[in-house]
Design a protein around this ligand. Structure first.
Ligand code: SAH
Length: 396
């Protein structure tokens, strides 16, 4: 097996169990390895530290599979790792009875480059690194064995595959998708999941608990849901007895799906729902000009800052929507504001929201700190990468 030799001192992050080895830490590769092959990571002094997947075309040159430098990285390894991930979810009380659950969350589950989401009988798999791609068959077999699912659908079409020199791949890796589409019930609300064409693997499971909280806060309130996608927050708000829900998204197909979702839930009062296809930045200004006010506003925008390089522009965008969010609230109103930008840390995000409240001239207090659902753990040793955070603030 080839050996990846680190520069002197570059083993420190591995001692903290951080699974990434950046290009700048690598002195050389002794021996031959193709993309995705397993290599042994050794210090400059020749001490073996870990087994990792080789990604020659990525800035993250290798991702650790095991900190046991003797571990066999084979089919059995992936079957065990997949089964352990699935078992971790089975042990989380809040996930019992949920039809949509993230089963594997990359580095957090010791499986860098592997995402797997279960929607009822279907598991959607996304592989984003050369190493993960190489072990596709073992991972699919492990998922089938651990879940008994009828189908594994692959959505390996994320842009980051390009950085790894991988083509995109989509389609069934096991079984077939159910004819007539897929739906899940999330906290009492039925939602369609477009695993073939939807964002990510088809649905934003990470926001499950926050959607539920929105429903619990929505009773009797006039709700504004910005960046509504397929209406997840909107429908929970209606289920929670919202007086009205205005939902805005710039995507026509997302809004069509949202309307279908509302129709899938006949017990919800559709006359209280209004859908608007618009750019949120413009729509918020228009609502202000019209003198509209709301009692509960959700801001769940797409990733404005994928990395630290975009942080400054992204910060201005977050500031803008939060400022208008606060301006549009009635006294006692609540702003639920999120960021899924890896490039904007929690502290900076809180500063942006605090600054927006000051500029809007409101006295805002934190009601809740909002995190991703528990099936999306943040890796203990991997604080960066994709995570979600938010604040619910109430104004005086
Ligand atoms: N809250 C949703 C997920 C939001 S995803 C849920 O719980 O499922 C982000 C959404 O923002 C996408 O639907 C995308 O179409 C929309 N979007 C991106 N930029 C936008 C803009 N400038 N104005 C309005 N919508 C936008």
């Amino acid at each position: 097996m080839a050996q990846l030799v680190l520069h002197p001192g570059k083993e420190r992050s591995l001692f903290r169990r951080h699974p990434w080895i950046f290009a700048g830490s690598v002195d050389r590769l002794d021996g031959r390895a193709r993309p995705g092959d397993t290599v042994t990571v050794v210090t400059a002094e020749g001490k073996a530290l870990a087994r990792a997947a080789w990604s020659p075309s990525s800035q993250i040159r290798a991702r650790v599979w095991s900190f046991d430098a003797e571990a066999a990285i084979d089919h059995a390894f992936f079957k065990r790792a997949v089964a352990a991930s699935v078992a971790r979810r089975a042990a989380i009380p809040a996930l019992r009875g949920q039809e949509g659950v993230r089963l594997i969350h990359g580095e957090s589950d010791g499986l860098p480059g592997v995402i797997a989401d279960r929607y009822g009988d279907v598991v959607v798999l996304q592989l984003t690194s050369a190493g993960a791609d190489k072990w596709r068959e073992a991972i699919v077999a492990g998922l089938v064995q651990a879940t008994g699912c009828a189908a594994v659908y692959e959505r390996s079409d994320s842009e980051v595959r390009g950085l790894e020199g991988l083509e995109s791949r989509t389609g069934c890796a096991h079984g077939e998708l159910p004819a007539g589409g897929l739906t899940i019930v999330e906290n009492g609300v039925r939602m369609e999941v477009d695993v073939e064409g939807g964002h990510k693997t088809g649905f934003y499971l990470d926001q499950r608990d926050n959607r539920l909280l929105t429903g619990q806060l929505a009773g009797g309130r006039a709700v504004l849901n910005c960046f509504c996608y397929t209406g997840g927050f909107s429908l929970q708000a209606l289920a929670g007895g919202a007086a009205s829900v205005l939902s805005i998204d710039s995507s026509g197909p997302a809004l069509e799906s949202a309307r279908r979702n509302l129709a899938l839930n006949p017990r919800l009062d559709a006359s209280r729902a209004e859908w608007q296809e618009a750019d949120v930045f413009k729509a918020l200004r228009a609502l202000k000009d019209e003198g509209r006010k709301f009692d509960l506003i959700v801001l769940d925008p797409p990733k404005f800052a994928p990395s630290a390089a975009h942080a400054e522009r992204a910060a201005r965008a977050y500031k803008d929507i939060n400022l208008f969010g606060f301006r549009l609230l009635n006294p006692g109103g609540i702003l639920m504001s999120y960021s899924c930008s890896g490039g904007i840390g929690q502290e900076l995000f809180q500063k942006i929201v605090a600054g927006a409240a000051i500029d809007a001239g409101v006295d805002a207090r934190i009601l809740y700190r909002l995190s991703a659902a528990p099936d999306h753990p943040i890796g203990l040793a991997v604080p960066e990468g994709e995570y979600l955070k938010g604040l619910a603030c109430q104004v005086g």
